[in-house]
Write a protein that binds this ligand. Structure first.
Ligand code: ZN
Length: 423
């Protein structure tokens, strides 16, 4: 008998099981569908081009199909376009972008290349589900602000320090690089400043909330573009020079010493050490004479006796001259056998005798191709280097001799010519 009943019972169980599976599948999907991350496929790549005799604009940008996001990006780009179109001199603006995924976030970076502004390079946005969000979800912004202020104190003027303190760090420009996070303080750039203050955090020194896969993709090479500055020291050597050499060594800095011939013998060892460390030793005349007041014989005597002294100490030749007081005239130029090197950044160390003030001026005025005049006579000058060297290194500067700078920029220094800039 029960065979039929048993079969029915079995069939019933199977039907029930199937129904259960169907119900479960509908209400509790086995695989949760992933939240949409805007991927390149779903984002439209748009371009904007405009050109006349003065400007040329080429922009590539993503369109997210999100009203608010697209408007923010649009506004940002439009400002740059306007600024470019208002230019009175020939200018080009090229912008393209890259998208990366950081967990469920999208990281958008614009690479900006404006021919008249070498500082404007990157603008980044963090998005989640196509909406722009602040960086707080990746790292602790309050922590970054505290650390920035701590770093900026005593390094930058109190005006800058205060401005940074007033900034909303959710709105500043971050660039996530392979193993660092860089903040650009573009808004602090004023006419008085020739650089954009930046803050670089090593990824290991800050608290990351979200794991970030730092693939090779994340490296923005051009950020580390080297800048070159030539520090020069006049009127030495002196007892201070040795200490200066010690500091320079810590930063792998090469500099140029425009030394006085009549001090060289007293500081033979210093001169030898300067040369052996890769610095350049050049002439500042024998006894600091204003060359424009001398006869041909007088000029040659000032130069030759310095050359001979240097040659006897090192076996090397002197190839550059810095005329005392920066004074020269046509007669001087016709008489000398070397190029004349002047300067374009003067912190007036001899006048201020205040290491913070000296450092402040040099840091504010520093630029790629800068030639700074110091005097290796004062302890305050030496002290200022302890601020200048780390800060400019942090800003990406390399310290080179005048000769190295000429080589880097492909400039041939010619005798009887005056160089205030080597670029
Ligand atoms: Zn001098």
């Amino acid at each position: 008998m029960n065979k039929q009943k048993k079969f029915n019972k079995q069939r019933f169980s199977i039907v029930l099981l199937v129904i259960l599976i169907i119900v479960l599948t509908i209400f509790f999907p086995f695989k949760k569908t992933k939240k949409t991350i805007p991927s390149l496929k779903e984002i439209e790549n748009k371009t904007f081009d405009s050109k006349n005799e003065i400007y040329e604009i080429n922009i590539e940008y993503p369109f997210f199909y999100n009203e608010e996001t697209d408007e923010i990006i649009d506004d940002y780009l439009y400002k740059l376009v306007l600024l470019t179109k208002q230019s009175k001199e020939k200018v080009s603006l090229n912008i393209n972008y890259e998208l990366f995924n950081i967990e469920e976030n999208t990281y958008l970076v614009f690479n900006i290349n404006k021919s008249d502004d070498s500082y404007l390079k990157y603008k980044s946005f963090l998005l989640k589900d196509r909406e722009i969000i602040d960086y707080n979800s990746i790292f602790n912004i309050a922590e970054l602000k505290t650390k920035t202020l701590k770093y900026f104190k005593n390094r930058y003027s109190s005006t800058i320090y205060k401005q940074v303190g007033d900034l909303n760090f959710k709105k500043v420009d971050y660039l996530i690089n392979k193993d660092e996070i860089i903040i650009y303080f573009y808004d602090l750039k004023t006419d008085k400043m020739s650089y954009v203050p930046t803050m670089v955090f090593n990824i290991n020194d800050i608290n990351i909330k979200k794991e970030i896969t730092f693939g090779k993709k994340y490296e923005f090479d051009s950020i580390k573009q080297d800048k070159y500055i030539a520090l020069t020291f006049d009127d030495g050597p002196s007892d201070v020079t040795t200490n200066i050499l010690d500091i320079l060594e810590n930063y792998d800095a090469h500099v140029t010493f425009f030394s006085l011939g009549n001090r060289m013998n007293r500081y033979k060892d210093t001169i030898k050490r300067e040369v052996s460390l890769g610095h350049m030793v050049a002439s500042h005349t024998y006894s600091h004479k204003d060359l424009t007041t001398l006869s041909e014989e007088g000029i040659l005597d000032q130069l030759n006796s310095t050359n001979t002294t240097f040659d006897k100490i090192t076996g090397d030749k002197i190839t550059l001259l810095r005329p005392p007081y920066g004074h020269y005239d046509n007669f001087v130029l016709e008489t000398v056998e070397t190029p004349l090197i002047l300067w374009n950044i003067d912190p007036k160390d001899w006048y201020y005798l205040d290491h913070k003030k000296i450092a402040d001026i040099v840091i504010k005025k520093a630029f790629d191709g800068g030639i700074v005049i110091f005097h290796d006579l004062y302890a305050e000058t030496k002290e200022s280097l302890k601020i200048i060297l780390p800060e400019l290194t942090h800003q990406g500067y390399k310290f080179v001799t005048i000769e190295e700078m000429a080589e880097i920029y492909g400039i041939e220094l010619k005798k009887g010519r005056v160089y205030r800039y080597i670029q």
